[in-house]
Ligand binder design. Structure first.
Ligand code: FRU
Length: 731
């Protein structure tokens, strides 16, 4: 400090005393070099980096470590992160049950510290990295995980070994553990004189709650820390958070309003000494850095996305007390998947959403995976109050076992988990995603649940009189995750209704249902025909009986404090085709409320060389509708903000940014509807038989729409382009 002050003074006076400045700079340079040398000492010595095929001179015993280093995760293991280079020691070989040891050749301790990367299970006796001198363990470390969940990330730790300098030593890696987290990961063992950043275990900060949120600094890709919220000595919730030790990429709000006036504690399992993460947390009634909330460059303007964090599946979709409720798989504290909470938003029209905050938080049974919701009109569950029917949520608690739980509300705002949870014990590991419907003819509730049985993906059917007690009735094979089950009239004729069973990919089967068993009458047919659309669900209890769906729209939004979104609301129907009834998808009529300026075309034909009939359009958010008979044209090309949507007449296919989808003509005509937002396109053709969602980021400065016919001529052509307003600013 003193020296830099002197230097600053020298420089400030520099103009007058040029030589003095030069002398001072030389002096400082020498001092700095000297200090660095003192700090860093002699060069590092790598003891082992585990980058080769085999373990070299290391002695291997048992089966846990295999013949050589792993290249990351082993079969059946979560993603392993944080190792150096491409190899590491990973004793998950053949799962947690395998045991063994790995011992280094002798080396001489020549530096002050030994640093290493370590991960896996926490069990100092059975899972350890040990430093041995004369056969005695003088230092040891174990992994960070002592319960289900957790992370396979390796973290840097170190031993101070100055007093052993000059001694001969060996390193032993031990895996004698066989249960959950019965493995250890190690990499990059190095001798160094540079003081490694120390880690503080169980770093804590107390807050007297005086605002709604704790704004927590997040650095994408930083080491995940286990952050526990403690109130009255009890762990309320634990989350794995990529805390920013320095500058934050973004700030995640943790709603602590339930404890206003109380003292709460955040405990972080490990934090580098120099981390400013805990100190940087701010109490505030608003989100930090939210001046441009909902106006961020990659924020879908009519696709729902959470204010902060990650979303995947839509959950608990239901109409209740005059509002559509959308819950969703939410990581409030990360840009990627994790910490599954149920986020919550409400809307009067499925277009303008208000996010209300997280409603189901991880608990001792696990994190909150997907599920559905119903209104229990007859109060069969007994959760109703003062004549108000309860809204009941069904979710999977994903912990050491996967069980099904319920929660209810009578105001659509506060939710209570049922004290008798779980309502369904684990059938097989990973069973999940309960969706419940009321079956009027049998007077029972029906649940569909994804269950893997001996490697086969199945949907199990259960019935219940009261939403609490469930009886298995049947199963159907061939569907994976997030089942949906509903009845729809064929061609609008309720006397000819059919049942539709679909799952996460939106592939579906049509059939009949007798209240206990689904009997398929069709092969499995694709639902959507695009990309990045998954785990869709339909709203329960919609008053006008429409079957309205939204899916997880996998729109990656790098650089934003949020990631992913939902599709637009879709209306599903069954229409007859020559192959039998098939689903059609259409944008829900409510989206019309977003229309502003209209550009319509009266031209009846369009041919090669004609000027672009939509030349006047300059818009960011667009709904384009066009109809035509292909005539002599081979292709009709639509350009929407840089996306190409081509109708290939010969193949009767739609090609959206190179992705092909079957789109048959109907009575010799084709009709296309294209929605374009900042994060994606959704294209509809062939009367809704062809729905092509497509994540896509238009170029910010390309606001044009074009229609061209490169060859031949289309007939009976009409088109309308609607400029759309943002659903966020028009709330
Ligand atoms: C589908 C899914 C579900 C699960 C959820 C977890 O995307 O894997 O099966 O419940 O995500 O977030």
């Amino acid at each position: 400090m003193k020296r830099s002050t002197t230097l600053e003074n020298c420089i400030r006076r520099g103009r007058n005393v040029g030589m003095a400045v030069v002398a001072a700079v030389v002096m400082i340079a020498a001092w700095t070099a000297n200090a660095t040398a003192q700090q860093a000492g002699l060069p590092e010595i790598i003891i082992a980096d585990f980058e080769s095929e085999g373990y070299g001179d290391w002695k291997v015993e048992g089966t846990a470590f295999g013949k050589g280093p792993a290249r990351g995760a082993l079969p059946g293991q979560m993603a392993v992160e944080g190792f150096s280079g491409s190899g590491l020691v990973n004793s998950f070989l053949e799962g947690d049950a395998s045991v063994g040891t790995l011992e280094s050749p002798q080396f001489v301790i020549q530096r002050r510290y030994i640093t290493f990367l370590i991960g896996g299970g926490m069990n100092p006796e059975q899972l350890a990295l040990q430093l041995l001198i004369d056969g005695k363990v003088v230092r040891q470390a174990t992994g960070p995980n002592d319960r289900s969940g957790g992370s396979e990330a390796l973290v840097r730790e170190s031993w101070e070994v100055n007093k052993y300098k000059g001694n001969k030593a060996t390193i032993r890696i031990l895996d004698q553990a066989t249960g959950g987290w019965g493995h250890i990961n190690v990499d990059h063992i190095v001798q160094t004189d540079k003081k490694p950043a120390g880690l503080i275990r169980d770093a804590k900060r107390e807050f007297v709650v005086n605002a709604r949120y704790l704004n927590i600094p997040i650095k994408n890709g930083a080491a995940k820390r286990m952050v526990t919220l403690i109130v009255d000595g009890q762990d309320v919730v634990r989350n794995e958070i990529e805390l920013a030790d320095g500058t934050a990429d973004w700030w995640a709000p943790m709603d602590v309003s339930a404890w206003t006036g109380k003292t709460i504690t955040l405990n972080v399992d490990k934090l580098p000494e120099e981390s400013s993460a805990l100190a940087a947390i701010e109490q505030s009634d608003t989100l930090k850095d939210a001046d441009n909330l909902y106006a961020e460059p990659l924020r879908g303007q009519f696709h729902f996305s959470p204010r902060r964090g990650w979303n995947n599946d839509p959950n608990g979709m239901v109409y209740y007390n005059g509002e559509y409720h959308l819950f969703f798989q939410h990581n409030p504290y990360g840009w990627g998947w994790g910490n599954m909470h149920w986020g919550h938003a409400v809307s009067k029209d499925m277009v303008h959403w208000q996010e209300l905050g997280d409603k189901l938080l991880p608990d001792s049974m696990g994190t909150m995976f997907s599920g559905g919701a119903v209104v229990d009109w007859k109060n069969t569950s007994g959760f109703g109050k003062d004549g108000k029917p309860p809204l009941v949520l069904f979710y999977t608690a994903a912990g050491s076992s996967f069980v099904q739980g319920i929660a209810w509300s009578t105001d659509g705002r506060t939710f209570t988990k049922y004290a008798g949870n779980p309502v369904l014990q684990q059938i097989t590991g990973g069973n999940r995603d309960p969706k419940v419907i009321w079956h009027e003819p049998s007077g029972k509730w029906v649940m569909v649940l994804y269950v893997e049985v001996n490697g086969v993906h199945t949907i199990h059917f259960f019935t219940s009189p009261n939403l609490r007690d469930w009886t298995f009735t049947s199963k159907t094979d061939g569907f994976f995750e997030c089942p949906e089950f509903f009845e729809l009239p064929v061609d609008g004729n309720s006397a000819q209704a059919k049942w539709v069973l679909l799952a996460a990919s939106s592939e579906y089967q049509i059939g009949t249902f007798d209240g206990t068993k689904f009997t398929p009458e069709s092969p499995k047919v694709p639902g959507h025909r695009g990309r990045g659309f998954y785990a869709a669900q339909t709203f329960s209890d919609v008053p006008d009986g429409r079957r309205l769906m939204m899916g997880w729209f996998q729109t990656e939004t790098r650089g934003m404090p949020f990631n992913q979104s939902m599709s637009i609301p879709l209306e599903l129907r069954l229409g007859s085709t020559e192959n039998g009834p098939r689903l059609t998808f259409a944008p829900a009529g409510e989206l019309e409320s977003l229309r502003t300026k209209r550009h319509s075309i009266t031209t009846r034909s369009l041919k090669k060389g004609d000027s672009n009939p939509l030349d006047s359009v300059r818009a960011e958010l667009i709904e384009l509708r066009a109809e035509f008979e292909p005539g002599t044209a081979k292709e009709i090309v639509f350009l929407v903000r840089g996306a190409t949507i081509v109708y290939d007449v010969q193949k009767q296919e739609l090609v959206v940014n190179g992705h092909r989808a079957a789109a048959p003509l109907s009575n010799g005509r084709q009709g296309l509807t294209i929605f374009c937002d900042r994060n994606g396109l959704e294209v509809f053709a062939s009367g809704g038989l062809c729905y092509v969602p497509m994540p896509f980021i238009p170029k910010a400065d390309d606001l044009s729409v074009g229609i061209t016919v490169p060859e031949g001529e289309i007939r009976n052509f009409s088109a309308v382009a609607h400029e759309l307003r943002s659903a966020w600013t028009s709330r």
